[in-house]
Ligand binder design. Structure first.
Ligand SMILES: Cc1cc2nc3c(=O)[nH]c(=O)nc-3n(C[C@H](O)[C@H](O)[C@H](O)COP(=O)(O)O)c2cc1C
Ligand code: SF4
Length: 436
């Protein structure tokens, strides 16, 4: 389909991707406890490379152990991690797919603490409001050290032969904890006015440019609107899209090559990943977190009481709204109109005609897909065959998300399978390399 915009190459300043269909960041606990990578992660990423995605944007890759959100995620905190990522990149490249590493730091927002450190670092010393993970306010020296860790992480990604890096500046992790007016309560040069709150991110971009060069692809995933009051109605609203547009302009000025538009200043959030909150399924795994955060026992009991679960889902659905597919397009469009670098939008995409309209209508240059590709690994190939949607699309049930704390990542919506056995076999297939 040479004329189809979905399959036209996208040219960034230092990178060309062969189509407009990116695999968005998504990962399970596929690696070793200590952050070394495994063949299972390679199997996972190859599913999407084979399925026709033009580029894979990795899941959360911690630049420091203290930036980890749970164990069993491969890290980029040391030089001896490089060979694993080099092998992963090489295998993905064999399918004409690019690989962009998401450089990440969780700050105060975590899922499972692990044994290496007790408290996360943050812009603030207030615990995360959802689960109540306690944290320490970063000193100037800790900020400088973390900025450097991002820079060195990018240099390692480049040495591994990867195609670029993305900064995880969205969804409530450490960079959001600096950017967001709802979280950052500092009184030094990293807090207060927007320019100060953006200083940490800008310094990270500068560190990456000096460690990894100006010609290495660098994009930033950012929450266009914080929507802080979605689950926390008594708190401030957080950053507006106008704030984020200004941040994106600064990012472009310091040499960022693309913006990846997401939403929400915590994770999960009713608008990200947009869909249901599967209370019954969550109760099977959330118990793992009860001992970790000061609010998690309260949350667990609230969800388990019938009425609490019902109230929570009503609040969740109200805050999400009606639109799921393309939920971030209005914000992406405003950002695209304000910067000249390409804009990638995430959020519910799984219909070829919707994606085509988003690109040709000027809202974004490409889309990234997470759950729809977990449900249908070969969705780009189905689009290339002329299908507008997969025969069994993702239902946005979010069971994949709530399982990931304890169980292998995969599609857990049994209604999409012939039987439970078929579902389990598909989920466990990540442990068996494909012969192709
Ligand atoms: C289980 C799960 C894990 C995710 N992990 C990450 C992540 O590590 N980094 C990130 O930026 N986004 C992460 N996301 C968000 C997705 O990348 C994506 O932006 C979001 O789910 C909306 O896209 P979708 O509707 O195509 O799933 C995750 C989403 C899910 C469901
Ligand atoms: S469990 Fe499957 S159907 Fe449900 S949101 Fe995840 S990928 Fe989609």
């Amino acid at each position: 389909m040479p004329d189809d915009v979905l399959f036209q190459p996208l040219e960034f300043r230092n990178l060309t991707v062969r189509n407009r269909l990116f695999r968005s960041n998504i990962s399970g606990r596929f690696d070793n406890y200590d952050g070394s990578g495994t063949e299972t992660r390679i199997n996972w990423e190859l599913k999407f490379a084979r399925g026709g995605a033009g580029a894979i944007v990795s899941s959360f890759v911690p630049v420091a152990i203290r930036g980890r959100i749970m164990p069993n995620y491969a890290t980029i905190d040391r030089d001896d991690r490089i060979p694993f990522w080099r092998e992963l990149g090489k295998r993905v490249h064999e399918h004409d797919c690019r690989f962009i590493m998401q450089l990440s730091h969780g700050g105060r927002q975590r899922d499972l603490p692990g044994i290496e450190f007790e408290k996360g670092l943050s812009s603030t010393d207030s615990p995360d409001p959802l689960n109540g993970f306690e944290c320490e306010r970063m000193t100037a020296a800790e900020i400088a050290e973390t900025v450097r860790a991002f820079g060195v992480g990018a240099r390692r990604a480049r040495e591994a032969g990867l195609d670029g890096v993305e900064l995880h500046g969205a969804n409530g992790y450490l960079i959001t904890q600096f950017l967001s007016s709802a979280i950052n309560d500092r009184e030094d040069e990293y807090g207060g006015a927007l320019e100060n709150r953006a200083r940490f991110l800008v310094e990270i971009v500068q560190a990456i440019r000096s460690e990894a060069g100006r010609d290495f692809h660098l994009q930033v995933k950012i929450s266009a609107t914080d929507h802080n009051q979605a689950l926390l109605p008594t708190e401030g609203p957080g950053n507006t899209v106008e704030d984020t547009i200004q941040v994106c302009r600064w990012l472009e000025a310091v040499g960022v090559d693309a913006i990846h538009v997401s939403t929400g200043c915590y994770f999960p959030h009713p608008r990200n990943p947009a869909g249901e909150f599967p209370v019954d399924e969550a109760l099977k795994t959330y118990d793992t977190m009860i001992s970790s955060g000061t609010n998690s026992l309260r949350n667990y009991l609230m969800l388990r009481s019938g009425i609490g679960g019902k109230l929570f889902t009503a609040m969740w659905n109200h805050a999400r709204g009606e639109v799921i597919e393309g939920i971030n397009l209005p914000d992406a469009r405003k950002i695209k109109q304000s910067v000249s670098v390409p804009v990638i939008a995430t959020g519910g995409f799984q219909t070829a005609s919707v994606i085509r309209d988003a690109i040709t209508g000027g809202s974004c240059d490409a889309v990234s897909m997470a759950r729809p590709l977990v449900a249908n690994n070969d969705l780009p190939k189905l689009f290339a065959q002329g299908l507008d949607r997969a025969p069994k699309p993702c239902t946005y049930c979010n069971k994949c998300m709530v399982n990931v704390i304890e169980n292998p990542l995969g599609c857990y919506d049994q209604t999409r399978y012939g039987s439970r056995e078929e579902m389990i076999e598909q989920i466990l297939s990540v442990f068996h390399p494909s012969p192709f």
